[in-house]
Ligand binder design. Structure first.
Ligand code: SF4
Length: 311
């Protein structure tokens, strides 16, 4: 039994233009204490995947598949049970856009206390808020401040503290370093590493493969709603199999090697009525006739790849 396993998950949004197949047959697993990086371009379905696990999808539906957390299906249980036992207590999320997600008219203390109140916390609110702030490297004097009085890095730490208030075991961090300068990014990465060292499992959603390599043992590369490659990060960084993963890694500039980064030609596919065939077909330098059909799921040493090249 894996700590977390997602099996054949399909999630769709109904829109006026048609059904958006945002997450399509995605599978992966994670062991206790491990972390996974979910990588891919914008609108590839990575945030939707995180929201499915948090059961916080707005306007979308999980149409099939399963998510098991410590062996229990968390999409089949009733909403009151999920709210009472899992959301924020076992599984939590650092939402995208920390800079704008704090309420400007309440102090940090009021916002932290509100979370404790909503989740029926029975301990000392002030002690819990101070203790959590200290755990993310902030002084408790921040409690009396309003968001506009804080720097971008401090706000990101507050949002992380909010997610950690109830001592969860699994954190989904959606683009936690986007829009931060490189020094603050490094501080946030170090904070995530510390959480991991303390035993927390993290699902890191990002377009930045360099950050994943710092934190995660596993990686899932998403493209057009599909997880096109999944496995151990060390294996995938050393020997990426899917042409899209190869393209992503080749697009990272290197200060050490004197070679220009490459780019992937073309644009991602529409997720409304996507083709039955490989979603990367239009952009793939190795595309073959049979790629117009559904690509096979080929087992690799530590996961799988969706590509006819490895049949
Ligand atoms: Fe390229 Fe074909 Fe593999 Fe898709 S299945 S990534 S088109 S080679």
């Amino acid at each position: 039994m894996h700590y977390i396993s997602v099996t054949d998950l399909k999630t769709q949004y109904k829109t006026q233009s048609g059904i958006v197949h945002a997450v399509d047959d995605v599978s992966f697993f994670l062991e206790k204490g491990e972390s996974i990086g979910i990588a891919g371009e914008s609108a590839c379905g990575k945030s939707t995947l995180g929201l499915c696990i948090m059961r916080s999808l707005q306007g979308g539906n999980v149409v099939s598949g399963d998510i098991l957390f410590e062996g229990k299906s968390i999409i089949k249980i009733q909403e009151p049970e999920f709210t009472k036992k899992y959301r924020w207590k076992e599984i939590t999320m650092i939402f995208q856009g920390a800079m704008n997600s704090l309420d400007p008219v309440f102090t940090i203390e009021q916002q932290l206390h509100e979370i404790l109140r909503q989740h029926n916390y029975t301990g000392d609110f002030s002690a819990k808020a101070s203790e959590t702030l200290i755990s993310v490297g902030l002084n408790s004097s921040v409690l009396k401040k309003f968001p506009h009085e804080l720097s971008g890095g401090m706000k990101q730490r507050i949002v992380i503290a909010m997610a950690l208030l109830l001592n969860p075991k699994f954190v989904i961090a959606d683009e936690p370093t986007t829009a931060l300068d490189v020094l603050v990014q490094a501080q946030i990465i170090n904070l995530l590493k510390k959480l991991k060292k303390d035993g927390m499992s993290i699902m890191l959603i990002t377009h930045d493969l360099a950050i994943i390599s710092e934190i995660a043992e596993k990686i899932g590369v998403m493209y057009g709603g599909k997880m096109v490659e999944f496995g151990n990060s060390s294996e995938i960084y050393k020997n990426p199999k899917h042409p899209y993963t190869q393209g992503l890694l080749e697009s990272i500039p290197s200060l050490k090697e004197n070679k220009k980064p490459k780019f992937i030609r073309g644009n991602p596919p529409s997720l409304i009525n996507p083709s039955e065939g490989c979603r990367f077909y239009e952009r793939c330098p190795h595309a073959m006739e049979k790629c117009k059909n559904e690509p096979p799921k080929i087992k690799t040493d530590s996961g799988y790849v969706l590509c006819w090249l490895y049949e």
